[in-house]
Structure formats: structure tokens, C-alpha cells
Design a protein around this ligand. Structure first.
Ligand SMILES: Nc1ncnc2c1ncn2[C@@H]1O[C@H](COP(=O)(O)OP(=O)(O)OP(=O)(O)O)[C@@H](O)[C@H]1O
Ligand SMILES: [Mg+2]
Length: 276
């Protein structure tokens, strides 16, 4: 089981609509992600990033091809609560406080732990965090004042942070995040990147992360996957060979910027391909 990749997509196709108006959201996508890797998807709008995430999270079935999460179909991995999803827009329950929103998944998922242990033997520290752990995580995410507020009383960025904390709280084996930081100001964004990296360091969760920010992708990732649209496909896979922890000092280093230039260059080609 140890060699089974955390994520595997083989010859995946996803088409929306029919005939001349069909959209080829994903065309022959192959991707293998070993357990514990941090992988970012980057590419022009409409190249299939969210579609790929939905397939991995078991929200949709591919029209063709195979998707596996730790060797099992995504729906099975979902039932075992192995997958944590932070969607492009946060979905919090409007009638529950922030604290109750983030602690709810552990309360309703008690049976999932056993199913999960059967699929992944070495899940690491998977004990569900307590309410006080979750409160601490909320404080770290800058939501200390907001724990008893309702989602409607929060700003968009605060809601997004609550959704991120909730996903972390499940201690998933695979964390799937769709542009989680895009609505945040630069400093909040950097601080959440720090927290995400700290948590990832501790939990060694496999992360699949969508972003439009080149520097965010380079800073966070072991691997940056560049996608292009029409049809949606993977055009490049870049390994980011930079030491960790990736803190502020790294931002001043030449090799960090060299990777940014490389990803930007590949992205530019994907854009030109898209415009052609
Ligand atoms: N449910 C759907 N029905 C029809 N077309 C869809 C559906 N979902 C996605 N598409 C189309 O599939 C393509 C890929 O969409 P997707 O949302 O995966 O792109 P994306 O890379 O996440 O874009 P963005 O960066 O704007 O979020 C787009 O052309 C989109 O219009
Ligand atoms: Mg998207």
C-alpha cells in the first residue's frame, strides 16, 4: 500500500455538452501524485483545473479514464473522509457559528475513521482534533474574534479562512483546494500560506492546490502542473527543487525567482496556445 500513489488520473476525459457546442474540459489527462506531495495546478481560466479537482473529490465521474485516491475510487475515499475539499467559494452552513461550522465534520464522521484505516494503513496523526484545537486553529487563522459569529457576519476573506480551517480539521489524507487564497489581501494570504505549510509539515497530507499566482505556486509546491485550455490538458510538469522551510529569506534568492520565471514562461505558452 505504501507505494500506491495518493492520486492517480489515467487517460481522463471530461466533456460537457454535445456535438459542436461540446466543451472538452479535460482531454487525456494523466497525473500521478505520490503521498505527501504538494502539487499546484496553474493555467488560464477554463483549462479544467476545477473540473480536475471535482473528479478527485468524487463530485463528478469522468466520461472516460480512471481516477484513484490511495488506490480506491474517489467516492469510496470520500466516504472514508480521506478527502478534504476547500471549494472555489466557501460553503459554510449559514445557521451555525464559525466554531460549530469547523467542528461539525468531526462530529458527524465518527464512523469514517475505521473505513479510512482499512484503505490507508499509515495515515499518520489522524486523531480528530478537539474543539479547543479547532479554536486554536481559528485563532491562528486570525478568526479569534469571530468564533461565535455567523457566516453572514463575516467578510468574504474571513469566510474563506473558516472554510480552510474546517478542511484542515478533518486531517484528510488528501487536501484539495481550489484557489483558496484568491480573495485575500497580500499579507493575509502570506500568513495563510505560512500556516498551510506549517500544517502540511506536521500532517504530511497530500495537497492538490489550484492557484492563479505564480509565486504562490512556486513557494508552496513540490510540483507545479501547468494546464492549457481548449481542450483542457496538462502541458508541463515542473519540479520545484527548493529547500524547505520556504520562508521570507527564500523570496530574496535568485533560484526562487528563476523558478517563477520558468513557470511564467510555460504559462505564457499555455496562454498563447489558448489564444491561437
Ligand atoms: N457543469 C458544467 N457544464 C458545462 N460546462 C462546464 C461545466 N463545468 C465546467 N465547464 C466548462 O469546462 C471548462 C473548464 O472549466 P473549469 O471550471 O474546470 O475551469 P478552471 O480552469 O477551473 O477555470 P477558472 O480558472 O476560471 O476557475 C470551461 O470551459 C467551463 O465552461
Ligand atoms: Mg476554477
Amino acid at each position: 500500500m505504501a507505494d500506491t500513489p495518493a492520486l492517480e488520473l489515467r487517460s481522463v476525459h471530461q466533456v460537457y455538452g454535445f456535438g459542436a457546442s461540446a466543451t472538452h474540459a479535460l482531454d487525456d489527462v494523466h497525473l500521478t501524485v505520490p503521498a505527501g506531495r504538494f502539487v499546484s495546478l496553474i493555467g488560464p481560466s477554463g483549462c479544467g483545473k476545477s473540473t480536475l479537482l471535482r473528479l478527485v473529490a468524487g463530485l463528478e465521474e469522468p466520461d472516460a479514464g480512471v481516477v484513484r485516491v490511495h488506490g480506491v475510487p474517489p467516492q469510496q475515499a470520500c466516504a472514508a473522509k480521506m478527502i478534504g475539499l476547500v471549494p472555489q467559494s466557501p460553503a459554510l452552513l449559514p445557521w451555525l457559528s464559525v466554531l460549530r461550522n469547523v467542528t461539525l465534520p468531526q462530529k458527524i464522521n465518527k464512523g469514517a475513521g475505521r473505513r479510512r484505516e482499512r484503505i490507508v494503513a499509515d495515515t499518520g496523526p489522524s486523531a480528530a482534533p478537539s474543539v479547543s484545537d479547532m479554536r486554536e486553529l481559528l485563532v491562528k487563522a486570525g478568526l479569534g474574534e469571530a468564533v461565535h459569529k455567523l457566516p453572514a457576519q463575516l467578510s468574504g476573506g474571513m469566510r474563506q479562512r473558516a472554510a480552510i480551517v474546517r478542511a484542515f480539521g478533518l486531517r484528510p489524507d488528501v487536501l484539495v483546494m481550489d484557489e483558496p487564497f484568491s480573495a485575500l489581501d497580500e499579507f493575509t494570504r502570506e500568513s495563510l500560506q505560512d500556516q498551510l505549510l506549517d500544517l502540511w509539515d506536521e500532517l504530511r497530507t497530500t495537497v492538490l492546490f489550484v492557484t492563479h499566482s505564480v509565486s504562490e505556486a512556486v513557494r508552496l509546491s513540490d510540483t507545479v502542473v501547468v494546464m492549457a485550455p481548449r481542450p483542457g490538458r496538462i502541458v508541463d510538469t515542473i519540479e520545484i527543487d527548493l529547500p524547505r522551510p520556504r520562508n521570507e529569506r527564500l523570496f530574496r534568492e535568485r533560484r526562487f525567482h528563476a523558478y517563477e520565471d520558468l513557470v511564467r514562461d510555460r504559462l505564457r505558452r499555455a496562454w498563447h496556445g489558448a489564444a491561437a
